[in-house]
Design a protein around this ligand. Structure first.
Ligand SMILES: [Zn+2]
Length: 362
């Protein structure tokens, strides 16, 4: 019976602590990839790196495999992470992130393999994709050659919240970059000859719908820069923002509204504006009766969990797998307050997540 498999709590914790102490900000995953390749080979899997630095592994069992995914990089530039375990909770001293996003996902995949291995039973057919640079725009998964996978279904271990939460839907994201060209002038002598690019930017932003637009649509201006000195009318201002929606038409309308606000503000002041919109990733929604969702629900129920199907506002490698033809959903590892120095994870949550994954793959 699948539930006879017990996750080794101490070993899982030890793996997790080892992984978070191997620095891996996005773009610097070589060391952790080497470490993980060695461990996967020792577990009897065939392993290779692709050109982007992603680590791909497979068991040699026949049949349609299930793909397991987590990302190897951690957000930002934090290095030298020193985890502290207290009362079953892992955290840092508060000066860095913990990197449970997504080292918890990687550790859970390793523990699931190790648990099966020590039982001496053959592995089920599995493909493993441990990606790079997820945090800077899903770059690793976007570089994956999807045709190398025999799997049609994927579990992405990269979410927080209760272990019962199964993310079956996530939005598309468009990224907006705008440069406003005004006209420089001496601010004290002839300001009337200048065109203040910062004022144009400010006016455009106040005319944009931003924040929560509706239940499935959001928008943000996240970065702004411009100007060179207090006594110069600024001739340049630059904005970076984004819009997300699970509905493509709403996303298009939202980006148009942001673009229009920029063009109209520029026109009112006689400024120029260059706008670049890039489609970053695409939305997905899996039906409750899809085979993968049903498989996860049945496994959760065998463990006495009551799964709840949820939507996410964030993107993940699951967006890329779904766009590439694999049905992918995201499971929680129990990670909390990720992308902040207050990040924590409960060891018990990682154990329960590993039990769930084990039950799904068996
Ligand atoms: Zn993540």
């Amino acid at each position: 019976m699948p539930t006879n498999f017990t996750i080794n709590r101490d070993r899982l914790l030890d793996t997790f602590l080892t992984l978070v102490q191997i620095d891996s900000p996005s773009g610097e995953e070589e060391a952790i990839a080497r470490h993980l390749a060695d461990r996967l080979i020792a577990l009897g899997l065939a392993v290779h790196h692709d050109n982007a630095g992603n680590l791909i592994a497979r068991t040699d069992s026949s049949g349609e495999p299930l793909l397991l995914n987590a990302h190897m990089d951690t957000v930002g530039q934090d290095r030298g992470i020193r985890p502290i375990v207290e009362n079953g909770i892992v955290r840092t001293d508060g000066t860095t992130i913990l990197g449970g996003d997504d080292k918890s996902g990687v550790a859970i995949i390793l523990e699931v393999l190790q648990t099966m291995r020590e039982r001496g039973l053959p592995y089920p057919p599995l493909e493993i994709a441990l990606t790079v640079s997820e945090e800077i725009g899903l770059l690793g998964s976007k570089a994956l050659d999807m045709s190398q996978f025999q799997a049609r279904q994927a579990l992405v271990l990269d979410s927080g919240g209760p272990i019962e939460n199964v993310v079956v839907s996530a939005p598309s994201q468009d990224v907006l970059h705008a440069v406003i060209h005004g006209k420089a002038a001496h601010a004290g002598v002839i300001p009337e000859e200048g065109i203040n690019a910062i004022v144009v930017a400010a006016e455009a932003i106040t005319h944009m719908p931003l924040g929560r637009i509706d239940e499935e649509t959001t928008a943000n201006i996240g970065l702004i820069s411009g100007g060179t000195a207090i006594n110069i009318v600024p001739d340049r201002a630059e904005l970076h923002g984004e819009a997300r929606s699970r509905n493509e038409n709403k996303l298009v309308a939202q980006v148009q509204a942001m673009t229009r606000a920029l063009e109209e503000a520029a026109a009112r002041h006689g400024a120029g504006v260059e706008i670049k919109v890039t489609h970053s990733f695409s939305a997905y929604t899996l039906d409750e009766d899809s085979p993968l969702v049903q498989r996860v629900i049945r496994a959760a129920e065998r463990l006495g969990l009551t799964p709840s199907l949820v939507t996410s506002g964030g993107g993940s490698d699951a967006n890329v797998f779904n766009a590439g033809g694999l049905a992918a959903l995201v499971l929680s590892t129990g990670m909390k307050d990720v992308h902040t120095p207050q990040e924590t994870i409960a060891v018990e949550d990682m154990v329960r997540s590993a039990e769930l994954v084990l039950n799904i793959v068996q």
